[in-house]
Design a protein around this ligand. Structure first.
Ligand code: PMP
Length: 284
């Protein structure tokens, strides 16, 4: 049984509880981060913690993220759960005001903080070997996708629709242009140039995206940060998606059409390799 963290306590998972009045439960008034663990070490921790504070600030949540304290809890969870590979999920909500009310609770309402580990193979996966199939779906999410909130119902529906169509994931599309995957940033490669949507409120500012683009620069690859159309994606030589737990995963099929050769591409493989190397050096 896992040991999880809730509001200052480490507890067996079946003893950890949150109020039914919690704003996270009633209003999806919560933010989260997922940090990947490899060899018991945290990947990109600093970036995740900084984004957490940004999400809190954008939603006017009264949260001061204490980075050393967060690191300590992450490490303690890794230790107590003997986690070698996987993720640590962290969620902050606006807390429990003791009733349901649209208005934010008083400033001194204590936020709820929950953290738990998830075991998952992240290095040497089948996806890395075989790639993923995606379908394109309209992006029906709200307009502040740069904030990492727990209101994940549409991405969840989109993922189910993708599975119903025999694919693994969905790439969401707005005005003909791909925004991102349900839980990852989207890229195509054409004539040696990597193309990925620029940062704005339309997409999550991926921690992996930032690191992968830095790797692309180290490898002297060309990068264009701009929206790309679904037709461009169909005609791409290669496609891939990045996320904390997936690193850079090859996409081999879009809407039933093979991408390039239909096999995982070289660019994403090289980026993945360098990403792991660089991030393992910096892991905490
Ligand atoms: N976009 C969305 C919508 C996501 O949910 C995620 C993963 N949480 C990402 C992109 C990738 O972000 P990161 O690299 O920070 O995991």
């Amino acid at each position: 049984m896992r040991t999880v963290y809730v509001n200052g306590d480490y507890l067996p998972e079946n003893e950890a509880t949150v109020s039914i009045f919690d704003r996270g439960f009633l209003f999806a008034d919560g933010i989260y981060e997922v940090t990947t663990v490899v060899d018991g070490k945290l990947i990109g921790f600093d970036g995740h913690i900084k984004r957490l504070q940004r999400s809190a600030d954008e939603l006017k949540m009264n949260i001061k993220v204490d980075e050393p304290e967060m690191l300590e809890i992450h490490r303690e969870l890794v230790k107590r759960n003997n986690l070698d590979q996987g993720m640590i999920y962290l969620q902050y909500t606006r807390g429990n005001p003791g009733d349901r009310d649209f208005a934010f609770p008083p400033e001194d309402t204590k936020p709820t903080l929950v953290m738990f580990t998830q075991e998952k193979k992240v290095v040497g996966t089948a996806v890395e070997e075989n790639g993923l199939k995606v379908v394109t779906l309209e992006d029906l999410r709200w307009g502040r996708r740069d904030i990492k909130t727990v209101q994940l119902l549409y991405p969840s529906l989109a993922k189910m629709e993708a599975k119903a169509r025999g694919a693994d994931d969905a790439w969401m599309v707005q005005d003909g242009f791909v925004t991102e995957g349900t839980s990852n940033n989207a890229y195509i490669v054409k004539d040696g140039t990597i193309i990925t949507r620029h940062l704005s409120n339309d997409i999550l500012h991926g921690i992996t995206r930032k690191s992968i683009l830095a790797c692309a620069q180290l490898l002297q690859m060309k990068v264009e940060e701009r929206p790309f159309t679904v037709d461009e994606a169909y005609a791409a030589d290669e496609a891939f998606a990045t996320s904390a737990s997936g690193f850079a995963n090859p996409i081999v099929e879009i809407d039933g059409k093979k991408v390039g050769s239909g096999k995982p591409g070289e660019v994403s493989a090289k980026l993945r390799e360098l990403y792991i190397e660089e991030n393992m050096k910096a892991a905490v």
